[in-house]
Design a protein around this ligand. Structure first.
Ligand SMILES: Cc1cc2nc3c(=O)[nH]c(=O)nc-3n(C[C@H](O)[C@H](O)[C@H](O)COP(=O)(O)OP(=O)(O)OC[C@H]3O[C@@H](n4cnc5c(N)ncnc54)[C@H](O)[C@@H]3O)c2cc1C
Ligand code: SF4
Ligand code: SF4
Length: 434
């Protein structure tokens, strides 16, 4: 029987988004050996998929790509992408993570990222990296600045035609690749597993994701991104440049009917950011934000909100009760005004964006003994004194894994988690990993 590979590190970071990368870099810079486990085929998390970021309107990939590259090239960091964590437990003073490397059906030691396979593959499938608006091939590299630049085959859609194997110059295609289990041992860990958006189809009053011109906020990020699906903002159903765009706030947050009572904290700000970017991209379009409260909590955020108003973005304090398909591909909103006499009115827009909330991407139940709060995010045991401490000894949490937050707070928390992990390593009796 083949022996399971066991790798030794000082620290294990689970999640290769901005939080995980920041924690890994901070630990690696202190000369600790770090393993980063990412379940996707590339590191970068949500941030690499954004257009620009509030409140500075810096290009998201201009900030994220250097961090991704720094982690990939750091002598003290090893990246394990496309991997599943099956368990994380502690025995005899060490953490033991059992991991499965999912098959890419491409040999990572041979693939040179040349994309010849992608060009030849005859199968097209919706590209979720581009909000589902574009098509990609069944064999693909997730996006141009993905790290690592390795192809993978989407077996669900592959027609097994053999064309990719035929053109691959390095014979990297391996249709028979199997999952491989290995173990990582470390002394400390940072959980940085981030978030998913609340599902589009959760709310039947909002058309359950079936109205073509009702899109998610992440889809709008792609429409606004320089390397987006169309390189301009058009609505999906008919390619028309929208004249009137609406944002529906708290679509998946502060909604007891969905069992989500909390505020996702970033949706007000990202809606304002997108509205400002849209005013630049479509100067003649009317943009309306339907909101219950605007929560512009961070430094400079209130000014950002005031700037948006000054730019002519309409803010309507109202609860959107229902979203329906209108005529000519338009979308009808039934709204209850929250100011004045509280009228219920109908408004029509070309394109509607749901400001979806955040839910945890990972549930540790059955994998490791860290608890979660009522909101299902990872519980911090001493939120005021040591906000990154979890219920498991030597295991810390960073970023949205602990609860909704923006990038500024995520990076600050990731630094704090790295500091706690470093203190833990320095105080633990055994030495560093070789
Ligand atoms: C539409 C939208 C726009 C936004 N715009 C802004 C903005 O302009 N400015 C701003 O400050 N913030 C913005 N945000 C918030 C920002 O995206 C988050 O603050 C940030 O991405 C959090 O980073 P993270 O690393 O904690 O989580 P994530 O980015 O979610 O990264 C988590 C990573 O962990 C991986 N992972 C999850 N589970 C596992 C597992 N079990 N094993 C291994 N890996 C795992 C995931 O695949 C992912 O790569 C926006 C959010 C949205 C939805
Ligand atoms: S699998 Fe082969 S053809 Fe495809 S990117 Fe890798 S090296 Fe190029
Ligand atoms: S074998 Fe599959 S991935 Fe390769 S070219 Fe054919 S359909 Fe595409």
């Amino acid at each position: 029987m083949k022996e399971t590979l066991r790798l030794q590190y000082d620290a294990l970071v689970i999640g290769g988004g901005i939080a995980g990368l920041q924690s890994a870099l901070d630990l690696a810079d202190q000369d600790f050996k770090v393993a980063v486990i990412e379940k996707d085929a590339t590191i970068g998390g949500k941030m690499i998929r954004l257009s620009k970021v509030f409140p500075t309107l810096d290009c998201a990939s201009c900030i994220t790509t250097p961090k991704m590259a720094a982690a990939a090239h750091h002598d003290n960091i090893d990246l394990f992408t496309y991997c599943e964590v099956n368990s994380l437990d502690r025995s005899q003073g060490r953490l033991k993570a059992s991991i499965t490397q999912k098959p890419r059906y491409v040999d990572p030691d041979k693939c040179i990222g040349c994309r010849q396979c992608e060009y030849q593959c005859p199968v097209y499938v919706p590209d979720q990296e581009q909000g589902g608006f574009n098509l990609r091939k069944a064999v693909y590299i997730p996006f141009s600045n993905a790290i690592p630049q390795l192809a993978l085959i989407d077996v669900e859609h592959c027609a097994l035609c053999g064309k990719c194997a035929k053109v691959c110059p390095t014979e990297a295609i391996d249709y028979f690749q199997q999952p491989e289990d290995f173990v990582i041992e470390a002394k400390t860990a940072v959980l940085a597993t981030g978030f998913k958006l609340t599902p589009m189809d959760q709310k039947k009053e909002y058309g359950q994701g079936q109205i073509p011109n009702v899109i998610s906020s992440l889809q709008m990020e792609r429409l606004l991104a320089p390397h987006g699906p169309y390189q301009r903002v058009i609505r999906p159903s008919d390619g028309k440049e929208p004249d009137s765009i609406a944002y529906v706030q708290c679509a998946g947050s502060r909604d007891l009917s969905l069992g989500i009572s909390y505020c996702s904290r970033v949706c007000c700000m990202y809606a304002i950011k997108q509205a400002m970017l849209l005013s630049g991209a479509l100067p003649l379009a009317d943009i309306t934000i339907y909101y219950m409260d605007i929560r512009a909590f961070g430094k400079g955020y209130e000014q950002f909100f005031q700037n948006a108003k000054a730019m002519g973005i309409e803010f309507v304090k109202a609860k959107v009760g229902r979203i329906e398909q209108g005529e000519n591909h338009n979308v009808l909103l039934r709204i209850e005004e929250q100011e004045g006499d509280g009228r219920v009115v109908r408004r029509e827009h070309d394109l509607v964006v749901l400001s979806l909330g955040m839910v945890p991407d990972w549930n540790p139940a059955g994998i490791c003994p860290v608890g979660t709060g009522d909101d299902a995010f990872i519980k911090c045991v001493r939120p005021k004194l040591a906000p990154t401490l979890t219920e498991m000894e030597g295991v810390f949490v960073a970023g949205v894994a602990a609860g909704p937050k923006d990038i500024v707070d995520t990076i600050a928390e990731a630094g704090a988690a790295a500091m706690e992990a470093s203190n833990y390593l320095n105080s633990s009796a055994s030495g560093r990993a070789a």
